[in-house]
Write a protein that binds this ligand. Structure first.
Ligand SMILES: Nc1ncnc2c1ncn2[C@@H]1O[C@H](COP(=O)(O)OP(=O)(O)OP(=O)(O)O)[C@@H](O)[C@H]1O
Length: 294
């Protein structure tokens, strides 16, 4: 059974699609990245999963339970941390975590709370209301983790966290993932996704462009950088996207036949060349901006 199944999901605001015919499958035990520029539809998709909003069409399920019909049950095994954690409780951080642990009948709650407080450097005596955004976020993450959910949905989890805490968060997420937790990770941070996710979906203007296995970079094409003397024509190559061109250098993205590329590279005008896997950042730029590069 899939951990998340999304089929033909659409949602409009003011007659404009926020998401359109989105379909995705996330396997149990995956860390699944969800990348897209601002306004692409990431939060809308997550809000449907959590039944905060109703889709106009399609359906979504977590571990086979329909996100609308079984929303209550889904909350018992799904943790969620929003990009912008906004709770204004009068409780202290320690009280909130104890309450959450009690609600989810966590074994050894004191030990678990202490571990998470140390991990995220949370002051147990501060009231939630007086915390900064970053500290609220840490409490939100600790609170989601203490419940030991089978599914964890994170919307830009590192937003507002300092680098040490970001590192600790991902170490903890990897540890939990090894124990079986499925993680759905929406992020703008390509490096984060490339480092930690097993697969990622790219979403743009409400539509899924591609879902990629991050370990299989070769499926996505190559970035060729070369220096040349004299004129050079790309006419013999198909599936080429020029990334940068100057009089004696050229960089292009190539998705065509490798024999054709090998033949092209025997051109005597070419003095040096390198062939690389595109980084996720390059892929992102290619997908979103039609090839414009840093
Ligand atoms: N409540 C709303 N009312 C009207 N339009 C909305 C509403 N929520 C989202 N939208 C629109 O739907 C589209 C998708 O928004 P969404 O928040 O899902 O994107 P996102 O990928 O999460 O963006 P970001 O990375 O900036 O958080 C955007 O065009 C947004 O303006």
């Amino acid at each position: 059974m899939d951990a998340i199944t999304i089929n033909g999901l659409s949602k409009q605001y003011n007659k404009k699609y926020a998401i359109e015919n989105v379909s995705l499958q996330v396997a149990e035990g995956e860390i699944f990245g969800f990348i897209g520029p601002n306004g692409a539809g990431k939060s809308t998709t997550i809000k449907v999963l959590l039944n905060f909003i109703k889709p106009d069409a399609g359906h979504a399920a977590i571990f086979g339970r329909d996100c609308q019909q079984a929303a209550k049950e889904i909350k018992t095994f799904t943790g969620y941390v929003s990009s912008d954690v906004r709770f204004y409780s009068k409780m202290t951080t320690a009280e909130l975590l104890a309450f959450t642990a009690d609600f989810h009948q966590v074994k050894q709650p004191k030990k678990e709370i202490q571990n998470l407080m140390e991990l995220f450097q949370i002051d147990p005596n501060k009231s939630i209301a007086e915390l900064s955004l970053g500290n609220k976020k840490k409490v939100g993450l600790a609170s989601a983790l203490i419940a030991q959910p089978r599914m964890l949905i994170l919307d830009e989890p590192t937003n507002g966290l300092d680098p040490l805490i970001q590192k600790r968060l991902f170490e903890e997420l990897l540890r939990r993932n090894k124990q079986g937790m499925t993680i759905f990770l929406s992020s703008h941070d390509l490096h984060e996704i490339q480092t930690y996710a097993h697969r990622t979906a790219f979403i743009r203007e409400g539509q899924i462009i591609t879902v990629k296995e991050l370990s299989e970079e070769e499926n996505f094409g190559k970035v060729v950088t070369l220096t040349n003397e004299g004129s050079l024509s790309l006419a013999g190559l198909e599936n080429v996207q020029v990334l940068a061109q100057e009089s004696h250098s050229l960089r292009f993205f190539y998705q065509g036949d490798m024999n054709q590329l090998a033949h092209f590279l025997t051109n005597p005008a070419i003095k040096e060349f390198t062939i690389e896997h595109p980084t996720l950042e390059q892929q992102f730029m290619l997908l979103y901006e039609g090839g414009s590069q840093k």
